[in-house]
Structures are given as C-alpha cells and as structure tokens.
Design a protein around this ligand. Structure first.
Ligand SMILES: Nc1nc2c(ncn2[C@@H]2O[C@H](COP(=O)(O)OP(=O)(O)OP(=O)(O)O)[C@@H](O)[C@H]2O)c(=O)[nH]1
Ligand SMILES: [Mg+2]
Length: 314
C-alpha cells in the first residue's frame, strides 16, 4: 500500500539524469569500451560506484555477485549490474509497508494517522509536508498540519502557503512556543474533529547538536503520550545532494527517534543520487518517497524497480 500510487516515470527519469550520468552512463561506457569483462573492467566499475557514493560494502557485494553471475551466462553485463543495483534497493524496501494515497484506508483505531517529519536544516521537510498534505487531500482525506517548527522566523508563513495550496488545515502557535504544545493542540483538534491525517513539520536541526536532538525526542514523547501509541510513521528527510553525510544524519537521528522511513529529496539537480544504494544497503531503512522537484506534485513513492529502470532508461 502506498500513499499514492502514480509514478510519473518521465519526471523521475529527468530528475535522475545527473545521477545517471555520474553512475549508470559511466558504467555502461566502461562495459562498451572493454574488449572483455576482466579485472580492469571491474576495477573501473568499482571506482565509479565508490565515487558515486554507493559505499564500500554495497560496491563490494554488487561486484562480487556480478562476477559470479557473469561466469555462468552470456547475459549482457550491463543487465547484470542493473539487477545487482536493484537487489540492493529491493532487499530493504520489499517488505516495508508502503502507502498508497489513493487507496489509503484509515484504520479507525489509528485515527488520526500521524506522520512525524524530521531532518537537518533545509532538507525539504516543509515542502514534503506540503506535498504529502496535497496527496492526502486529493484522495479525499482530511488533513491537519502541525506547525511544530516554532524556531525559525517565518516558518509558520511558509507552511501556511503550503497548507493553503494543499487545502489542509494548519495548527500554529507563536514563534518560540514549545513545539510539543503545538503537537498537543494539533492532536487534540484532530481527535475532536475526527481528522484522518496529522502531519507534523518540525524545525531543521543539526544532527550533531544534542540539545536540539533531545528537543525532537521530547516532541516524540509528547506525541506518544497524547496518542497513547507512537506516530504511524516517522520520516527522516534527507537531501540527496548531501552525499556521504546522509549516513551520519541517519545514525544520529536514529538515536533519538524511531525512524520508519526516509524521504530522499532533491534528486533532481544532483549527481549524488547514488547515495540511495548506500542508505538502503548500510542502514536497512526503507526509502519511502523521493522528491523530484519543488512543485506540489513532485513527491513520488519510491519503487526500487521503477527507480532502477529510470536510471538505466535512455
Ligand atoms: N529541486 C528540489 N528542491 C526541493 C525539493 N524539496 C525541497 N526543495 C527545496 O529545498 C528548499 C528547502 O525546502 P524546505 O521545505 O523549506 O526545507 P526544510 O527542511 O523545511 O527547511 P528548514 O525548516 O529550514 O530546516 C526549498 O527551496 C525547496 O523548494 C526537491 O525534491 N527538489
Ligand atoms: Mg521547514
């Protein structure tokens, strides 16, 4: 089940064009110009994978399996690499509960369905909240957005614009208020008015700043206490152009909140999308959505097979 099922393949493909150039196109070029697939070919491919932030562990396993498989068949080597890349993404993402906005049915015992959003500064949290609100609304669900970024000046105004675009309600308090109080008010409002979905936007915070991370944990505690259960989802928003630092962000945020999935934003415009392989292979946290642009329609559910097809498609 996905929150929304429609993937705009062309949009995805276009947004991945730089990553394709830095990763798949280079591998294909190496294969095309190698008289035979030998150690030199593997070394060149290894270099491309490492440079594209696929990470050591995933690179090793991709090459090991590709070598094994190549021995047995006369399959096109590029197809073998493609399949190994897909295996890396599929291994962690196959079992994860996806959500289809279109087919999303609220379990009454889980009303409201709550999604907590976290991440470092500027990764695309507010934008992703706006995009999700839009998708839920479009499919007939009532949505309340909790403006729990009470830290940044103009955070409320920015979120208000998104709420209006999406046609969602928003609960806000003054700048400087305890973000937990906003979450509490939003959940009370949602319970009283039988709202389907609550999206909690939080302030950007540096993963290395313990005081800010403890504040996030506190938000989660307030939420858990009020709901008498945990949020249905806690999404960490990672900017794809971050590269290697994404792994540190995941490590640190995981110490303070229960991350259920990742939204990888800004895939458009970066050549560093290869980080998705390292995230999936090393962290075993499913990528749930990808951001492919700044517009309200530019959040897509992440489907490993479609993603890899888009990377390899001409
Ligand atoms: N190209 C592109 N830009 C994006 C995407 N998602 C977000 N952005 C842009 O990234 C910038 C920051 O987005 P915000 O949503 O404000 O990020 P934030 O995480 O809420 O930021 P803070 O609250 O300040 O931590 C904005 O200019 C967005 O338009 C995406 O998928 N693609
Ligand atoms: Mg924000």
């Amino acid at each position: 089940m996905k929150f929304f099922s429609k993937i705009n393949f062309d949009k995805l493909k276009n947004s991945l064009s730089k990553t394709k150039n830095s990763l798949v196109a280079k591998i294909e070029e190496i294969i095309r110009t190698s008289p035979e697939i030998d150690d030199e070919t593997y070394e060149k491919i290894e270099e491309v994978l490492l440079t594209a932030d696929v990470g050591f562990a995933a690179t090793e396993i991709i090459l090991k399996n590709a070598k094994e498989n190549y021995k047995f068949g006369n399959e096109n080597f590029s197809e073998i690499v493609k399949r190994e890349l897909l295996n890396i993404l599929g291994s962690v993402n196959s079992n994860s509960a996806h959500f289809d906005f279109a087919n999303f049915r609220l379990n009454e015992s889980h009303r409201p369905f709550v999604i907590l959003i976290a991440g470092v500064n500027g990764t695309g949290k507010t934008t992703s909240v706006g995009k999700m609100a839009y998708n839920f609304k479009k499919n007939g669900h009532s949505v309340v957005i909790a403006a729990a970024d009470t830290f940044r000046a103009a955070a409320n105004e920015q979120l208000e614009i998104w709420a209006e675009r999406a046609g969602a309600q928003m609960i806000q308090q003054q700048q400087g208020t305890d973000p937990g109080a906003v979450v509490y008010e939003a959940l009370s409002h949602a319970e009283k008015n039988k709202i389907d979905v609550v999206l909690v936007d939080t302030a950007g915070r540096l993963h290395t700043k313990t005081s800010l991370m403890l504040e996030l944990k506190k938000i989660q505690n307030v939420l858990n206490k009020k709901l008498n259960r945990s949020a249905n989802e806690t999404f960490l928003i990672i900017d794809a152009s971050t590269g290697q630092n994404a792994i540190q962000q995941i490590n640190e945020f995981s110490k303070f909140v229960d991350i259920s999935g990742i939204i990888l934003t800004k895939l458009d415009g970066t050549a560093k999308g290869g980080i998705i392989f390292q995230i999936c292979y090393n962290k075993k946290i499913p990528v749930r959505y990808v951001g492919v642009g700044e517009g309200i329609e530019d959040l897509q559910p992440f489907e490993p097979e479609i993603f890899v097809d888009a990377l390899f498609s001409n």
